[in-house]
Design a protein around this ligand. Structure first.
Ligand code: CDP
Ligand code: CDP
Length: 197
C-alpha cells in the first residue's frame, strides 16, 4: 500500500509529536524532514555541496535540536539548490511501500502534493514559543523572537514557502493537549485509509 501522510506547520506546533504517534498507530515509517535542513546547516561550508553529499550519519548528530541549528536550517532552507538536492530522497520515502508520515514545511505543497492525507498543524506563536522554551530553557523572550524570526523567513521565502495546502486539514493545537491533538490527526488518517485494510 502506498499511503502518504503530509504534516506541515510552523516551528514547535507539534508536528513531530503527532507524526511519531500517527506512524506508531498505523505502522507507517516516519521522516522528520526538518532534520535534513538542520544537518545541512550544521555541517557548515557550502550548503549545496553538503545537501548533495548528505548521509544518514549526518542526521544522527546530537547538536541538531538547538535554537541555533534551527536558525541555520531555515537560512540554508531558502536556497533553491539545497531544496532540489533533498527532493528525490523525500519523494521516494513518501511513496515507499507500507505507508509514510513526513513532517516539515512543504510536504503537502511541494514534496508530495498527491498525499492521501495533508495536515496543517499550527498554534499561536506564544504557545509554540512556550513549548520550545520548556524544551531548551534560557531567555523566554529570545525564544519567542527566534520562533517568530524563523516563521517569517519560512513563510516569506520565494522557494517552497510555508503555507497550508488548499486541501489540508488544519489542526490548531493551541488549546489541545498532546493526546487530543494526536487523536484529531489519527481520526483524519483512519477516515482516509483504504477500506480493505
Ligand atoms: O515538530 P514541531 O517542532 O512542530 O513540534 P514538537 O517537537 O512535536 O512539539 C514541541 C513541544 O510541544 C514538545 O515538547 C511537545 O511535547 C509539546 N507539545 C505540546 O505541549 N502539546 C501539543 N499538543 C503538542 C506538542
Ligand atoms: O522542529 P521545528 O518545527 O522547530 O523545525 P524543523 O521542522 O526541524 O525545521 C527547521 C527548519 O528547516 C525550518 O525552520 C525550515 O526553514 C526548514 N524546513 C524546510 O524548509 N522544509 C521542510 N520540509 C522542513 C524544514
Amino acid at each position: 500500500m502506498i499511503f502518504t501522510v503530509a504534516i506541515d506547520g510552523p516551528a514547535a506546533a507539534g508536528k513531530g509529536t503527532i507524526s511519531r504517534a500517527v506512524a506508531a498507530r498505523f505502522g507507517f515509517r516516519h521522516l522528520d524532514t526538518g532534520l535534513l535542513y538542520r544537518a545541512v546547516g550544521a555541517l557548515g561550508g557550502d550548503p549545496v555541496a553538503a545537501a548533495r553529499a548528505l548521509s544518514p550519519e549526518d542526521l544522527a548528530r546530537d547538536d541538531l535540536r538547538t535554537l541555533e541549528a534551527g536558525q541555520a536550517a531555515s537560512r540554508v532552507a531558502a536556497i533553491p539548490e539545497v531544496r532540489a538536492a533533498l527532493l528525490d530522497f523525500q519523494r521516494r520515502f513518501a511513496r515507499s511501500e507500507g505507508g509514510a508520515v513526513l513532517d516539515g514545511r512543504d510536504i503537502g505543497t511541494v514534496i508530495c502534493p498527491e498525499a492521501e492525507v495533508k495536515l496543517f498543524v499550527t498554534a499561536s506563536p506564544q504557545v509554540r514559543a512556550h513549548r520550545r522554551w520548556l524544551e531548551v530553557g534560557g531567555d523566554a523572550a529570545q525564544v519567542l523572537a527566534e520562533v517568530l524570526e524563523r516563521d517569517a523567513r519560512d513563510m516569506g521565502r520565494a522557494e517552497a514557502p510555508l503555507r497550508a495546502a488548499a486541501d489540508a486539514v488544519v489542526i490548531d493545537t493551541s488549546a489541545l493537549g498532546i493526546d487530543e491533538a494526536v487523536e484529531a490527526a489519527c481520526a483524519v488518517v483512519a477516515q482516509r485509509l483504504p477500506r480493505t485494510r
